[in-house]
Design a protein around this ligand. Structure first.
Ligand code: 2M8
Ligand code: MG
Ligand code: MG
Length: 272
């Protein structure tokens, strides 16, 4: 198995940002040497905090599939990475943040929609809006391939979508925010990374866990998909795909249950 997971509202609680309720399952994956691959709308800088805390030494996917960061030398295969640095081999799929900000401001001017992006807020304001601490909010502002933004209400939704598509960009929605991005999504990134794993382990089974609309492309790409409950105890109503397993449990509680059920006993292997 390889496990792709969303963070906000999935592996970590929507409000407290804690993975406490999923620790048993996290430990189980570690014991069995099953890669835990974070695939989130969070930034590289935010993910690095979790990767360090959880002692993860696997690739991760930032900003809704904007980029894949692979620890150097992790896959010893022939592949044309977009770039590399001291720490990672990088596959870039997204549009640069500066370009996203430029287009967002054009759309705001043309539509007068009440759009506020993370780039319009300082760290204190992001912290207040998200419930993240100031340090985490600062890391959330270090955006490279995705702009998170909010609108005062949903009345301008259709107009907004029209303008985003007309500008050649895309959007999705997370637990709290809209996201403006390029020609990328979590599914594309998951599929590229899965291919890399399959060069080494051809029959590896991919698993995905998520909670929101931005997870749908990932959940449709993996072999086994789990949707956890939102804070209101319901599953995202916009996700209707029958191939996606709806697990009982909000966020990390559902995550814990799904992983233990899948990995915890060999009898469940026939689920795939
Ligand atoms: C934003 O992402 C969440 C994910 O679902 C959202 O859209 O509600 C991100 O931009 C992320 O960087 C940030 O940490 C998070 C905080 O809730 O919000
Ligand atoms: Mg989420
Ligand atoms: Mg499928």
């Amino acid at each position: 198995y390889i496990i792709f997971t969303d963070l906000d509202g999935t592996l970590i609680d929507h409000d407290t940002y804690s993975y406490e309720a999923a620790l048993d399952a996290i430990k189980l994956l570690d014991q069995k040497d099953i890669p835990l691959i974070i695939c989130t709308s969070k930034t590289r800088a935010e993910i690095e905090v979790y990767v360090k805390e959880l002692n993860i030494h696997h690739p991760f996917i930032s900003e809704n599939g904007g980029a894949i960061f692979i620890p150097r030398g992790y896959f010893n295969v022939d592949f044309e990475y977009t770039s590399e640095n001291e720490d990672y081999e990088i596959i870039e799929l997204g549009t640069r943040y500066e370009e996203l900000r430029r287009v967002l401001s054009i759309i705001r001017d043309r539509t007068s929609l009440p759009i506020t992006g993370f780039g319009d807020l300082n760290a204190e304001e992001v912290s207040e809006d998200t419930g993240l601490g100031i340090e985490s909010a600062t890391l959330a502002k270090e955006r490279e391939y995705d702009e998170a933004f909010k609108m005062e209400d949903d009345s301008g939704t259709e107009l907004l979508k029209e303008h985003i598509l007309a500008q050649g960009l895309n959007f999705t929605r997370g637990g709290r925010y809209w996201h403006l991005m390029g020609d990328n999504d979590k599914g594309m990134a998951v599929s590229i990374l899965t291919e890399l794993y399959r060069k080494i382990h051809p029959s590896v089974v991919s698993v995905g866990l998520g909670d929101s609309q931005n997870d749908l492309p990932m959940l449709q790409t993996v072999d086994v998909a789990f949707l956890v409950q939102k804070p209101d105890g319901k599953h995202d109503p916009s996700i209707e795909d029958d191939d996606i397993n709806r697990v009982e449990g909000i966020g990390p509680e559902g995550w814990n249950r799904a992983i233990i059920k899948l990995i915890g006993s060999n009898e469940n292997r026939d689920i795939v």
